[in-house]
Design a binder for this molecule. Structure first.
Ligand code: SDX
Length: 394
């Protein structure tokens, strides 16, 4: 009988927080950023416009948007010495490991934007993170495949710049496909922020001690990497490939329902959504657009995914447990069609989620009542007892 412990009912978790940034109604399958529905932002805005909204609370005027785009664009290059961090990794290192290392190393580079008590430095750190993440992600990809780094080109929009840094090579002309760039931009919007998910809570907790903002973002990247969180897009694609054909779906549905089988339908279920993840609907539409543009409309993985969704949504287990596709279910197929290897999928999630992490970190730092996070516990260990010298321990 371990010790009895009376849980102090007066204790309130310091892990919970108030925020004005994102609202999720899990039962309705609703996601709002500063009050704007995600589908309206994805259909009508661009990613930097959503970044501005998340950071400052309002959609920008034309002048504000032009100024914000200009400021972000002029931070897209990384310090040339940062290239050396990449060469310390094996070529076959997972790009998320590289992202953790290189973004963490930014805390050693950009001293003029790490004093979190200085609003100007906080703003520069925010702009640097949003601007440099695509460059660092593209460098991680190029290093991974053994190609030379490609510098950002500031006459391109955010998504086009990223695709060019990933897929162009010095020896050939490269023209951005505007349909694919628009799809990439939309995918960034869908992943920008999502209330107090695990990685955002990690960034808030790390930031609550006053830690270096770049190091806090590196902590968020580490958390996002997990297959239960941002790593699910890579895991979902592996699952669809393992299922392979539509006729093997029932076998996997049974495994997902089997308590003794650790198999989970990756890309399904959500701690908050007990209805369809609104981002999954937009991602499915974007997936069709990308597959059509690359001439692979009849993609077998998409056929498996569509049939799996159809079967699962009529199965009483999934209905009873309110398990629906989440943002990761269709994203892997889409990103693969865009030309990315699956080990880059979570990196792309991190590029997009950086603005959410930064916006939530900024909101916390600027709260005059902000205190260090200190989640408590329900102790279920041994009661107080006396030490027993080793020669008397039998
Ligand atoms: C993201 O928090 C966020 O907002 C995250 C995110 C974001 O934008 O930041 O939305 C991004 O991480 C999306 C989720 C990606 N992960 C996956 O797709 C991995 C597969 N999903 C599961 O691992 C699971 O659904 C979680 C991790 C997402 C949620 O886990 P929970 O909180 O345990 O889910 P739950 O409490 O709603 O589960 C209810 C029941 C449980 O069974 P019982 O204990 O009641 O018997 O449903 C079961 C779960 O075991 N269940 C599943 C399942 N997901 C939950 N059974 C089969 N397949 C699944 N995918």
């Amino acid at each position: 009988q371990t010790g009895a412990f009376t849980f102090d009912p007066g204790y309130t978790s310091t892990a919970s927080c108030e925020s004005k940034i994102t609202f999720i109604d899990g039962d309705e399958g609703m996601l709002l950023h500063r009050g704007y529905p995600i589908d309206e932002l994805a259909d009508n805005g661009d990613f930097l416009e959503v970044c501005y909204l998340l950071l400052y609370g309002e959609l920008p005027t034309k002048a504000e948007k032009a100024d914000f785009d200009y400021r972000v664009t002029n931070h897209t290059m990384v310090h040339e010495q940062m290239n050396r961090f990449f060469t310390g990794f094996r070529r076959d290192a997972h790009p998320m490991a590289v992202m953790c290392g290189v973004v963490g190393a930014m805390s050693a580079f950009y001293h003029d934007s790490t004093d979190i008590t200085d609003p100007r430095q906080r703003m520069i750190a925010s702009l640097r993170m949003i601007a440099k993440m695509p460059t660092i992600a593209a460098m991680a990809y190029k290093y991974h495949i053994g190609q030379p780094f490609v510098y950002p080109k500031n006459d391109l929009d955010y998504a086009s710049n990223f695709l060019r840094m990933c897929f162009s090579v010095p020896c050939e002309a490269y023209e951005v496909n505007t349909v694919l760039a628009r799809a990439m931009d939309k995918i960034f919007i869908l992943h920008a922020d999502h209330e107090q998910n695990a990685s955002t809570s990690t960034v808030r907790l790390a930031g609550s001690s006053g830690a270096n903002p770049f190091a806090c973002i590196a902590a968020g990247i580490a958390c996002l990497w997990g297959p239960a969180h941002g790593g699910a897009n890579e895991a979902a694609l592996n699952m669809l490939a393992e299922i392979g054909t539509v006729d093997r779906i029932p076998e996997f549905i049974d495994r997902a329902k089997d308590k003794n089988d650790p198999f989970r339908l990756m890309g399904f279920g959500h701690r908050v959504y007990k209805n369809y993840d609104p981002r999954a609907k937009i991602m499915q539409k974007t997936c069709h657009e990308v597959l059509k543009e690359v001439g692979n409309e009849d993609d077998e993985l998409l056929n498996v995914a569509l049939e799996l969704e159809k079967i699962a949504l009529t199965d009483e287990y999934f209905i009873e447990k309110k398990l629906y596709p989440n943002v990761d279910f269709y994203s892997g197929i889409t990103l693969k069609a865009l030309g990315f290897p699956q080990e880059m999928f979570t990196v792309l999630f991190a590029v997009a989620r950086t603005v959410g992490w930064i916006a939530q970190w900024k909101e916390m730092i600027e709260d005059p009542n902000q205190r260090i996070g200190r989640p408590r516990q329900l102790y279920t260990g041994a009661e107080k007892r006396e030490f027993v010298p080793i020669d008397r321990r039998g």
